[in-house]
Ligand binder design. Structure first.
Ligand SMILES: NC(=O)c1ccc[n+]([C@@H]2O[C@H](COP(=O)([O-])OP(=O)(O)OC[C@H]3O[C@@H](n4cnc5c(N)ncnc54)[C@H](O)[C@@H]3O)[C@@H](O)[C@H]2O)c1
Ligand SMILES: N[C@@H](CCC=O)C(=O)O
Length: 518
């Protein structure tokens, strides 16, 4: 059974030894050079080596990655376009077989992959194991779905006996997968699996903070027989991403990342009528009603606000509490937050690890300064940990604040372990506050009042909603269970990842009328 983001709350103690070995094996494999690879060609020319360092310890080199030049990017796109006619004609059963074998391989390697994610992303072993387990789940789920729907082929009525009409769904061609820093394996794997099973070829452009995970995915696919040019990983920064998304050879894009970048990509591709699946940020609220189980609420909020140091699209960053229980909930939240431990997740049993880099630390300090400067109050945390050995990464304390309504903590996605709380008089007021956001990704409510649950479910503007979820008030969506589409600025398609409407987005319809000879 995979460990999920919800089931990890039961602990991963049974896997402690395997995770320790996985981290050790992953550590032993760090520090290598990863030149640009296009198909089977390992490019000798590297114009720019990018050194990727661990967020846990800035003396731990994850690897040196050759960043693709403009010419190499062009060559990779041309090779992917050349591979498309072959890959799209490979028998679906064979495509699925390769992807399922890749899932099996990833599953076999789950502890080493988890170890790599601990070291590359700074996650705790439990969070990392859930991510390692999510990757094969994505692969299998998209294979099952494509098989179940028979590739969406639909026979249509005909006007005459010698006429056959059929609707078929056909892949676009070269599909770009632009992945974010926070789920470097799972969110490179999910869209790649969807694009490949539907017959597209893929160019993955991972975050500069998630390059090793993407190369592991590529190596696993190729080891299981994927033709080399069917998937290429191009490492690089924004310019490489922009070169890919602006290429005339591109068929479509799945982007996962910030609204600023995702909306710019969607805007730039709109005149070219190319599909863009953009999964973007969140400013996720939790509402606590007068009848709520306050311990469950405090636990669910703390898990969602501070799991992976708040660096999840689904992180809870706003809490609206009924005034009758505000003081009690606040006390429980502060107590639980102060009990959290922050440190090196590869060597210590900690609640959470570092934030991704020094820039995130600067954003943390600026956000706290702004809250306090505006008359807000830091109830827990609020500081950067600078004592050795934590000065080798950026470690910040999980933070609970009361902030004036104009503070950015209520509006902007900070992507940090900061949660703002506020007292409200009614559920209607709480829902209005929750919906007063550009984002609409996830939301949670704690209440035992059936009428309040019904009102919340029918009026909250979020794509994933949770009621009384102690394992995470806003986090922990799992493929096949909670499709995340993202409403408003959180997404642009209305169809959730790994949901029943997802795969068709990688295909375009062709209706075929064939008149047979009499
Ligand atoms: N909705 C979801 O399912 C989901 C899941 C995970 C993360 N996220 C969001 O991702 C963000 C955090 O990730 P991030 O910091 O890596 O996001 P980001 O937007 O900074 O970068 C995402 C990816 O886009 C690339 N990129 C940057 N500029 C580009 C450009 N001009 N053209 C093409 N590619 C470009 C980056 O190199 C990276 O690979 C948060 O906003 C988070 O909420 C959303
Ligand atoms: N599946 C994760 C996605 C987080 C995105 O960053 C969750 O729902 O918590």
């Amino acid at each position: 059974m995979p460990v999920t983001y919800a089931s990890l709350v039961n602990g991963t103690a049974t896997y402690a030894a395997e995770l320790e070995q996985g981290i050790a094996a992953a550590r032993a494999g760090l520090g290598k050079d990863h030149p640009v690879r296009i198909g089977t060609e390992v490019c000798a020319e590297v114009e720019q080596w990018h050194e990727e360092w661990s967020p846990i310890d800035n003396t731990l080199l994850i690897g040196r990655f050759g960043w693709a030049t403009a010419e190499q990017t062009q060559r990779a796109l041309t090779a992917a376009a050349g591979a498309f006619p072959l890959w799209s004609k490979v028998d679906v059963a064979e495509r699925i077989d390769i992807l399922r074998r890749t899932a099996d391989r990833l599953e076999r390697d789950r502890f080493v992959l988890a170890g790599q994610i601990v070291l590359e992303a700074g996650k705790t072993p439990a969070e990392a194991l859930a991510e390692a387990d999510e990757a094969p789940v994505f692969l299998r789920l998209y294979c099952d779905e494509f098989e179940r729907t028979k590739g969406y082929r639909t026979e249509m009525p005909a006007d005459a006996d010698n006429e056959s009409n059929v609707s078929v769904m056909r892949p676009y061609g070269v599909w770009a997968v632009i992945s974010p820093l926070n789920f470097p394996l799972a969110l490179a794997t999910g869209p790649s699996a969807a694009a490949l099973v539907t017959g597209n070829t893929v160019i993955v452009k991972p975050s500069p903070a998630g390059q090793l995970a993407a190369t592991m995915l590529r190596d696993a696919l190729i080891a299981e027989g994927l033709p080399p040019n069917a998937l290429t990983v191009l490492t690089g920064g924004a310019e490489v991403g922009a070169a890919i998304t602006s290429s005339p050879l591109l068929g479509g894009v799945t982007f996962t990342g910030s609204y600023a970048v995702g909306s710019a990509i969607a805007t730039s591709l709109a005149p070219h009528s190319k599909p863009v699946i953009a999964e973007m940020g969140g400013k996720n609220p939790t509402i606590v009603g007068a009848s709520a189980d306050l311990d469950a609420a405090a636990e669910g909020i703390v898990r969602s606000a501070f799991g992976y140091s708040g660096q999840k699209c689904s992180a809870c960053s706003r809490v609206f509490v009924h005034e009758s229980v505000y003081a009690a909930l606040k006390a429980k939240l502060v107590e639980r937050t102060e009990a959290l431990t922050v440190g090196d997740p590869s060597t210590e049993a900690v609640s959470t690890g570092p934030v991704i880099n020094a820039a995130a630390g600067k954003r943390f300090t600026a956000a706290i300064d702004e809250i306090v400067g505006a008359g807000g109050v830091v109830l827990a945390g609020g500081t950067v940990i600078t004592d050795a050995p934590y000065n080798r990464g950026t470690y910040v304390r999980p933070t609970v604040v009361e902030a004036p309504s104009h503070a950015r903590a209520w509006r902007d996605e900070l992507f940090l372990p900061i949660v703002a709380i506020k007292s409200v008089s009614t559920l209607e007021e709480a829902i209005a506050e929750a919906n007063d956001s550009d984002y609409g990704l996830t939301a949670g409510v704690f209440t035992t009042d059936e009428a309040e649950i019904a009102e919340f479910l029918s009026t909250i503007e979020s794509s994933v909603v949770y009621v009384n979820r102690r394992a995470g008030s806003t986090t922990g969506a799992w493929p096949g269970r909670q499709p995340i589409s993202g409403w408003k600025h959180s997404g642009n398609t209305g169809r959730g990842t790994a949901g029943p409407h997802y795969l068709q987005q990688y295909l375009r319809e062709q209706s075929r009328t064939v008149i047979s000879a009499d």
